[in-house]
Design a protein around this ligand. Structure first.
Ligand code: UD1
Ligand code: CA
Length: 466
């Protein structure tokens, strides 16, 4: 097997995006366009990957270096193309760093949905010998390079602007992807000229050199249009986003996940699901999310970087984001509606978190409940604790965060403030409205609020007549 060296073209400007961000860094499914292409290249086990940058080069290179480092992979190589004189000129910049003995696989940084299987088929067609072009039949081929054949044999690619009327009628077009023996590619690149309608160096002109040299030129079809569609505008980006989400939704449903409506489902990361998982409409999943068997997710939830145990029910409009620390929800827990779980929330089995309850960096043991309007931050909460409506841990003194311990079977009444660091010992009860700033003993009722007084014979003030 001949080694494969991937070349990713990513120097173009993307004028129609009308954005300050480099085009290939715009996100699809939560990842930059070019990251999709890099991940696909990774799946092909290429020997090296060389990225051609130009517009926004520093930004693009910085992103790709950081992302490779985060994944524990070597950084791709970069070559700069400045100014941008066409696709042929772009690939000419790669010549000094491209080994002679491999197949060069040319990809586009702004075509994110290309599939590894399609590229494998293209590489197979090349076979280390031939010039292999990925092609597609288009109902409206305007703007694309046409595949000009004589009989079966490919003779040339003619760019739309250079094509005759007869050539413009051809619906078989070049997609921008090719696989070519590197040594031959280099020889052909050296012969490119820019005497054409756009005054550019066209990569596609190498086809006629291949034909002249007696090198076989072959084609390989893309399996569907979206996998070769590029992103040039916000509209095209949104169209591809939907196509990508449909692809992901379909894969999940094939595994048995029941999506109430695959058109109202968004996954911007990875979602691993057990059996009999149900997801209602308008949910967004980000980062790494795991859902155990029999999990049910209500409508309008956002769930990021979290591991949700079996049988958990997450009700409508719940927001969960574990960020780097993660969130864990134990078996059979009930969360929401309108709950918020933040990084480091670790909920045991059968925990209940109700509406307008926020949990951050806290461990709740089996069966603990906080059902209404509460905050638990930097706390350790024991089994069966009942945490009353409106209660909060005052975990921050303005400089440092402090820890609160609430031991098993404690009942915290409504509207309490637990001023950390503080421990409420097991079985204790905290009276409603208490501000607790000292540790409390086990099994006692602790009340820390002004005593109630009633004054008899007291008169309401009266309005004086004028
Ligand atoms: C190119 C092909 C055309 C094909 C079409 C498919 C050529 C001459 N034409 O057309 O046959 O049908 O793609 O989409 O190759 N780029 C650079 N440097 C440059 C110019 C472009 O890096 O100087 C990059 C762009 O960022 C992009 C890719 O090359 O990723 C393709 O460029 P684009 O301008 O879209 O090519 P087209 O002229 O549309
Ligand atoms: Ca294009």
């Amino acid at each position: 097997m001949t080694a494969v060296d991937v070349v990713v073209m990513a120097a173009g400007k993307g004028t129609r995006m009308k954005s300050r961000t480099a085009k290939v860094l715009h996100r699809l499914g939560g990842r930059p366009l070019i990251q999709h292409v890099m991940d696909t290249a990774q799946a092909l086990q290429a020997r090296r990957t060389i990225v051609i940058t130009g517009h926004g080069a520093e930004e693009v290179e910085a992103w790709l270096r950081a992302s490779a480092a985060a994944a524990g992979r070597p950084s791709p190589d970069f070559v700069r193309q400045e100014p941008q004189l066409g696709t042929g000129h772009a690939v000419q910049q790669v010549v000094p760093v491209l080994p002679d003995d491999g197949i060069a696989l040319i990809l586009n940084g702004d075509v994110p949905l290309i599939r590894p299987e399609t590229l494998r088929a293209l590489l197979e067609r090349c076979g280390g010998q031939r010039l292999a072009l990925l092609t597609v039949e288009m109902a409206d081929p305007a703007g694309y390079g046409r595949i000009v054949r004589q009989g079966e044999a490919v003779r040339a690619i003619v760019e739309h602007k250079d094509a005759s009327e007869a050539q413009r009628a051809i619906r078989e077009v070049y997609t921008g992807f090719m696989a070519v023996p590197a040594k031959k590619l280099k020889a052909w690149l050296a012969r490119l000229t820019n005497d054409n309608a756009q005054g550019e160096y066209y990569l596609t002109d190498i086809v006629k050199f291949a034909v002249a040299d007696g090198c076989e030129v072959v084609t390989s079809p893309a399996s569907e249009q979206v996998e070769v569609d590029g992103v040039n505008s916000p509209l095209q980006l949104a169209d591809l986003e939907r196509a990508f989400q449909r692809r992901q939704a379909r894969a999940l449903m094939e595994q048995g996940v029941r999506l109430a409506d695959p058109a109202r489902f968004d996954l911007r990361g990875r979602l691993a699901c057990g059996q009999d998982v149900e997801i209602d409409v308008n949910c967004v999943f980000e980062g790494e999310v795991t859902l155990g068997d029999n999990v049910r997710i209500g409508p309008n939830c956002v769930i990021a970087n979290a591991s949700i145990g079996p049988g958990v029910v997450i009700q409508a409009c719940t927001h969960i984001d574990g960020e780097k620390q993660g969130v864990q929800v134990g078996e059979g827990a009930r969360i929401g509606p309108f709950a918020r779980l933040r990084p480091g929330a670790q909920l045991g089995a059968e925990v209940h978190i109700g509406n307008f309850v926020e949990v951050k960096n806290s461990t709740l043991a089996r069966g603990a409940k906080a059902n209404h309007l509460a905050y638990l931050g930097d706390a350790t909460v024991g089994e069966r604790v009942n945490y009353g409506a409106g209660s909060i841990t005052a975990n921050y003194d303005g400089v440092n965060k402090h820890h609160t311990v609430i031991e098993a079977d404690v009942r915290v009444g409504s509207n309490c403030v637990l001023v950390a660091p503080v421990t409420v010992a097991k079985g204790g009860t905290i009276g409603a409205g208490s501000v607790i700033s000292k540790d409390t003993p086990p099994d006692a009722l602790t009340v820390a609020r002004a005593k109630q007084v009633s004054l008899t014979g007291w008169q309401r003030p009266k309005k004086q007549p004028k």
